[in-house]
Ligand binder design. Sequence first.
Ligand code: DAV
Length: 325
Amino acid sequence: MLSKNEYNQLKTVIVGDATGAKIPEHDISLRCVNYADNTKIPERGLYPQQVRDEANEDIDIFIDFLTKQNINVLRPDESHDPTYYKFCPRDTVFAYNNNVIYTPMSLRARANEYTAYKKIFEKYDVTKHNVDIKREDSLYNTNCINNPNILALNETEPCFDAANILKNNDDLYYLVSNSGNLLGAEMLQRYVGNTAKVHIIEDVYSYMHLDSTIAFLKEGLLLANPSRIKNKKQLPEKLQKWDIVWAPEPVDIGHHPGYSNSSPWISLNVLSINERLVVVEEHQHNLRIELEKHKIDCAMLPMRQSRTLGGCFHCITVDVEREHV
Ligand code: DAV
């Protein structure tokens, strides 16, 4: 059985790889999903060497830490040369209970990214869903450019990145945003059937993914981004009963000039090893102080290119197996 929540003792994890990370063709999907704020898209081609090298150096440090925690680390297929990247397996693969979903990703350039992870799941006796969608121009709403009140995805076909979801045992939480539409949530519900209930989170954050807005720390305790969640009422009813650690202002570690795939709130993108230990970007001291108040220790590790490439320790991993209690 695959992991069912975000915080039980981690046993097996996929860690991404910055090798071959690229800016893809400048198409309508890239503009609407990644650059709806209308910033200039960098030139097509490999990310600067320094970005890829530093990201991989920091990944090596992270893997060393995980291995010392007796966690089994798996990597994307080395022979896979990505059209986009394989730095953030979280975006691509939804591993949950008895299902693996290679999600119908919002960027055209990421349509085949799942092939980098297929081998890993061959040995797991779970149902594999691979959703092939057309990504016609009509899926994308160019009115989203410069207008966060209009989402990038129309409801023409189901479309979502796996990182739009957080899992909490029998409940799945799904953000409707530029990287996931309502049809996608319905499809997710069909795939997991009666093993879980999909709860929608809407009108909270228009851009990418859920994991720089909320992190589940243990049953009944979540970390929330106060710049996006202003009021408990914006959360699905079940989560309104949880205690909330409000994340402090992030320390902005900056990004490579001209290349930015995330806001400073990537600080919130932590990976739980278990309910008492999380991996946090090394400059986020105020976050560490808040978490320690809740008896959660922080392993402070570097991830220098997290803003450049749009992923910190949650994004660059998939928790494949956690202990079941
Ligand atoms: O700017 O907070 C982060 C993307 C996480 N996958 C942001 C988006």
